[in-house]
Design a protein around this ligand. Structure first.
Ligand code: NDP
Length: 277
């Protein structure tokens, strides 16, 4: 029988994880089945218990990343700090180990796929939600000169800066307190989802700035369009992060690192530009 893996979320129809993991399995010759499971709100524990009777690993997406954290028995350091996990691994003794691969996935996408070093750079991170909490440890481990976290709710940015201050130089502030320019700007707000732009000054961008929006789609995000209009050196979206976090999970489950580039291209080609009504 094939080994069983799945992603749990609500909603889950939009998830590209089955497509990505099936491509990884095909590429690496691993015998596994990866499915998408719609979990009713408040039912994560029951569904996870039921899955792990036979299943070996889970990805977890919105809104269950904190439930998954509660569910686990042991944690990677980055999962412990993030307080949220996207990967659960059943160990041989039956216990459940948790990891958060979102941040390392994004860092690998920026530094390896796009050959953009973070070391020594001035980095601006927009947002202070779950995704940003998940990326701060891997970003700070790259040894940037400084990380400025700016958020609409200023206290959340300040709290994150305190929580991660032992790893590297990090400050938290509001959008109106940002003092540019920056070498790398990461948009980790969900503003792009509603076509909005966080209110940040144009002075954050200089000729060498790389802009990274964690969101992705068939067309450039509002944030990346704005950065392009200001002649940023490069604008990148979060599709590579999505595939890289999956590759990291796959590696944790199977001990094999798949090649992500062909899968990123395949998923990129499948993105459809919505037709106007
Ligand atoms: P959360 O809901 O936890 O946090 C949302 C953040 O966005 C908060 O900081 C919030 O500010 C801010 N925000 C929301 N709307 C606006 C706005 N109109 N203007 C300014 N700031 C705003 O979301 P997540 O952290 O889980 O996700 C954030 C983004 O990252 C999403 O776009 C998601 O799709 C993307 N993501 C991408 C992944 C990938 O693999 N590519 C993986 C995970 C996430 P406040 O605190 O004031 O409410």
């Amino acid at each position: 029988m094939s080994d069983l893996y799945a992603v749990m979320g609500n909603p889950i129809n939009h998830s590209k994880s089955p497509q990505i993991h099936s491509a990884f399995a095909e590429q690496t010759g691993q015998d596994l089945i990866y499915s998408a499971i719609l979990v009713p709100l408040e039912k994560f524990k029951e569904e996870a218990n039921s899955f792990f009777r036979n299943g070996l690993g889970l990805n977890v997406t919105v809104p269950f990343k904190e439930d998954a954290w509660q569910y686990a028995d042991t944690y990677s350091s980055r999962a412990l700090r993030a307080g949220a996990v996207n990967t659960l691994i059943k160990k041989e003794d039956g216990s459940i180990h948790a990891d958060n691969t979102d941040g390392i996935g994004m860092v690998r996408d920026i530094t390896i796929n796009h050959d953009c070093a973070i070391a020594g750079k001035r980095v601006l991170v927009l947002g202070a939600g779950g995704a940003v909490r998940g990326i701060l440890e891997p970003v700070l481990e790259e040894k940037p000169l400084e990380v400025v976290v700016a958020n609409r709710t200023v206290s959340k940015a300040q709290a994150l800066a305190i929580d991660f201050s032992d790893i590297g130089k990090i400050v938290g502030c509001g959008f109106d307190q940002i003092e540019g320019p920056f070498d790398l700007i990461i948009n980790g707000t969900s503003a792009s989802l509603s076509g909005e732009l966080p209110p940040i000054p144009t002075s954050v961008i200089h000729a060498e700035t790389t802009c990274y929006d964690m969101m992705y789609g068939a067309e450039p995000t509002v944030f990346n369009q704005w950065a392009e209009s200001l002649n940023a050196a490069a604008t990148l979206d979060g599709l590579g992060m999505l595939v890289e976090q999956a590759a990291e999970s796959f590696n944790a489950w199977r001990g094999v690192r798949p090649e992500s580039a062909p899968v990123i291209s395949r998923i990129r080609d499948s993105l459809v530009i919505p037709k106007p009504h």
